[in-house]
Design a protein around this ligand. Structure first.
Ligand code: GLU
Length: 443
């Protein structure tokens, strides 16, 4: 049974692109009865904020993702310290004293000579005396992981056979001069400690994977499976960032979208499946096959969210929305919902139709005599779905009006609008008193 994790850095709200990663992990776990861990990568003390972590948990809950376990890297520093010792003992971690400016100058020189800006491992050659001199001068070391220069290969769950030549990479800094951890090592230590056996993340992490595979091996641990999915981009090919505020899950939710509209778009874009509204995460989980995710960027149009949302609502059973309709002050039970669900884009639109039922509306009466004739023919209650047809037949017989000139004046009088849900469903909800008043021109 797979153990997976979603590992956001709580430095902002998650957006629809992060959601793709979270949901892919969730689906892989849940389809196979596995575990989903939410891990906050909050070792960056300056940029991480507890409020963001809380907001991310709320956003995931809204999407229907309930973690089996939530951990914070800031609570787990002792584990990383122990791993550092092991790597130091194994000769895989070495102290470096260069300042950022020195490194930058070196990179510029390399590039000027047409060389890749890869760290030259100068610190490996430092003598004990030189290191002492740095320490005496008040410099603290940062620590780099000594890569084995070789081809690192893995079978990627999305991309198939993958490999990276680590000779083309700089030895990564794992520990900063202030003792703080960068993301690379804690992630591996946690994956080992929490028995994560499948890492599913965006393809922006492919290079990290080569490095991290070597860290797993240096720590004597089994290497998990890796799958790197394509990233969501907007139609213009632009990537998403934490600054893509409008596409944050929080703003999509506040904008009245259904979680499954967001989840369907986030998951199905850029896969072999057609993008369509899927009613539940469980159903989505059944559709998703990592090996059928495209390698090309997953381009999406944010406007599709509205279309998907409308299509979801058009199929939604009353039981699924009853509580939320009540919270919006919408009555009318199942009959009202079935009458209006085909005419709404967002659930909140149901409230406007409810106002059309309960009033006040501004009836549009182009021909008062016609309206009065129709009013006089309103049958007594109780009304049902057959009332409209019977009444319209009677109005037709009495006035000779037919087609559009029969229906439209009635609709305009009853609702004040040219378009809307079928009147055979609305009329019984409007009821005789209100219908009569509207036909007589009262609001
Ligand atoms: N915190 C990393 C990120 O948000 C996690 C990457 C990973 O899944 O290992 O990109």
């Amino acid at each position: 049974m797979p153990v997976v994790r979603f590992a956001p850095s709580p430095t902002g709200r998650i957006h629809i692109g992060n959601t793709r990663t979270a949901l892919l992990n969730w689906c892989v776990a849940k389809r196979a009865g596995g575990r989903f861990i939410l891990r906050f990568d909050d070792t960056d003390r300056e940029r991480s904020r507890p409020e963001y972590a809380e907001a991310i948990a709320v956003d995931l809950a809204w999407l229907g993702v309930a973690p089996d376990l939530t951990v914070r890297q800031s609570d787990r520093i002792a584990l990383y310290d122990a791993a550092v010792e092991r790597l130091q003992d194994a000769g895989r971690l070495y102290a470096c004293y260069e300042t950022e400016e020195e490194l930058e100058r070196r990179r510029k020189r390399q590039m000027a000579r047409g060389l890749p800006p890869v760290y030259d491992r100068a610190a490996l050659k430092l003598t004990v005396a030189e290191k002492m001199a740095f320490e005496m001068a008040g410099r603290r070391p940062h620590w780099r992981f000594l890569l084995e220069h070789r081809i690192v290969a893995w079978e990627d769950g999305v991309r198939g056979p993958a490999h990276i030549d680590t000779a083309s990479l700089s030895d990564p800094v794992l520990v900063r001069a202030d003792g703080g951890y960068l993301y690379t090592l804690p992630s591996v230590v946690d994956d080992i400690d929490l028995a994560v056996d499948h890492v599913i993340r965006g393809e922006d992490h492919v290079t990290n994977t080569a490095v991290q595979i070597q860290i797993f091996q240096a720590l004597g641990a089994a290497v998990p499976a890796f799958s790197h999915h394509n990233l969501l981009t907007t139609a213009s090919g632009e990537g998403l960032s934490k600054r893509s505020g409008a596409l944050s899950i929080g703003s999509l939710r506040d904008g009245g979208l259904e979680p499954m509209a967001v989840a369907s778009l986030a998951m199905l874009t850029g896969t072999a499946e057609a993008v369509r509204p899927v009613a539940t995460l469980a159903e989505l989980a059944g559709l998703i096959d990592l090996s059928r995710i495209s390698r090309a960027p997953a381009r999406f149009d944010p406007a599709d969210l509205e279309t998907l949302n409308a299509r979801l609502l058009h199929e939604m059973p009353h039981a699924a929305v009853a509580g939320r309709l009540a919270a919006l002050g919408v009555g009318g039970g199942e009959a009202f919902w079935l009458a209006v669900r085909g005419n709404i884009v967002r659930l909140t639109d149901a409230a406007s139709w409810w106002r059309v039922v309960t009033g006040p509306v501004a009836p549009v009466l182009e021909d008062r005599a016609f309206a009065q004739a129709a009013a006089a023919l309103l049958p007594p209650e109780p009304w049902d779905e057959g009332t409209w047809a019977a009444w319209v037949e009677a109005v037709k017989a009495a006035t000779g009006a037919k087609g559009r000139s029969l229906f439209m004046p009635l609709r305009l009088a009853l609702t004040g609008l040219e378009h809307g849900p079928e009147l055979k469903a609305l009329l019984p909800l409007i009821g005789r008193d209100r219908a009569l008043a509207r036909l007589e021109g009262a609001a």
